[in-house]
Design a protein around this ligand. Structure first.
Ligand SMILES: [Zn+2]
Ligand SMILES: [Zn+2]
Length: 205
């Protein structure tokens, strides 16, 4: 069973500031992994689907999920649906099983009434400028709370796993000299070029 506390320091380093949403992502990811009975994804054995959008309160949640599950932007096994919600569906690609875990609205609303939000974040103060004494109690609370107090758990469902194939083919763009993955190749006047170079060659002079 994965312990979110073991990943908190590394997650703070990745994330760059102290806030309650990132640790909540650690807890949600760990709970989903426990429900599926899976290990952290060193390769692409897991896939994380987040319901988050962009630029809204608490979307720091995603970095906690990345850290604990090993589903990362670089590996391409995490994505956002843009619903502006906090649900996490974790997929075990090896068995085709998935589970959705979502933070409890009550817990998130309670957190929003604390000075971290009312006195700092909602007044436009960057999380990097909030005194540690203000934010640390929120982090401690998220890390210590029973999972059931923080999260709701869905049923384990069957999931159709698609994609995951890798290509190693590449070429050098005839115009800019950058290396490009084969499937992004464009041919202009018999020259194989990258997408921005194709656009540049087609732009009116
Ligand atoms: Zn944050
Ligand atoms: Zn190019």
């Amino acid at each position: 069973m994965i312990d979110p506390n073991d990943y908190l320091d590394a997650a703070l380093l990745l994330h760059g500031h102290r806030c309650p949403a990132m640790p909540l992502g650690l807890r949600a990811g760990a709970a989903a992994m426990e429900l599926l009975g899976v290990e952290r994804s060193g390769g692409k054995t897991l896939e994380a689907i987040l319901e988050l959008g962009d630029g809204h309160c608490a979307h720091c949640f995603a970095d906690g999920v990345q850290m604990i599950t090993g589903c990362t932007f670089g590996k391409g096994n995490i994505r956002k649906l843009g619903y502006g919600k906090f649900g996490l569906t974790l997929v075990d690609r090896q068995t085709g099983r998935a589970v959705r875990v979502v933070p409890r609205a009550e817990a998130q609303l309670q957190s929003k009434q604390t000075p971290f939000f009312t006195e700092y974040r909602m007044k436009g103060i960057s999380p990097t400028e909030v005194p540690q004494a203000v934010v640390q109690p929120l982090i401690d609370k998220v890390m210590a709370a029973p999972a059931e107090a923080l999260l709701r758990f869905g049923e384990i469902t069957a999931w159709e796993v698609v994609g995951g194939d890798e290509t190693f083919g590449s070429f050098v763009c005839a115009r800019c000299g950058d290396m490009v993955v084969d499937r992004y190749a464009r041919v202009v006047n018999g020259h194989t070029v990258c997408i921005p170079c194709e656009a540049a060659l087609h732009a009116p002079a």
